[in-house]
Design a protein around this ligand. Structure first.
Ligand code: RB5
Length: 150
């Protein structure tokens, strides 16, 4: 799988470790995040990865900031993005199976690297189950479309 990864200054080290982890599993990882620990603004990187996902440049995205909150909110502003912020693997897996999330986010100040790898692992492997869940995804899209009609 081709995965876009993005991060702010808080998550430079965790981004590198997650990138290595994904590559060790055979995935291709494109870096859209900062490699500098000088203070910067998470919306820049949330938007970059979100655009890469909706354009098809990458298959899915992973975002890391201090909490995972700001960067996931940024990504969710982009039409077609369903980003989830997770601190445990169960929600990560279910967010794929039921919600067809296309971006996973987590917080470098919230979880440690081993838990982050476990979350990534569940999220990468889980497949969308479709059927009744697709109906709800379509409803999400309807909400989004209505906002653009305004
Ligand atoms: C940066 O201090 C911090 O606000 C950011 O990494 C993130 O946690 C925001 O949601």
């Amino acid at each position: 799988m081709k995965i876009g990864i993005g991060n702010d200054h808080v998550a430079v080290e965790m981004k590198k470790e997650i990138t290595e982890y994904l590559e060790s599993m055979g995935h291709e990882v494109i870096n859209y995040g900062t490699d500098c620990t000088d203070r910067c603004d998470y919306p820049i990187y949330g938007e970059k990865v979100a655009n890469a996902v909706v354009s098809g440049e990458v298959d899915r995205g992973i975002l890391i900031c201090g909490t995972g909150v700001g960067i996931s909110l940024s990504a969710n502003k982009v039409r077609g993005i369903r980003a989830v912020v997770c601190s445990e693997p169960y929600s990560a897996r279910l967010s794929r199976q039921h919600n067809n999330t296309n971006i996973l986010a987590f917080g470098a100040r919230v979880i440690g690297i081993e838990l982050a790898k476990m979350i990534v692992d569940e999220w990468i492997k889980a497949e969308f189950e479709g059927e009744r869940h697709q109906v709800r995804i379509d409803m999400l899209k309807d909400i989004e479309d209505k906002q653009y009609e305004k």
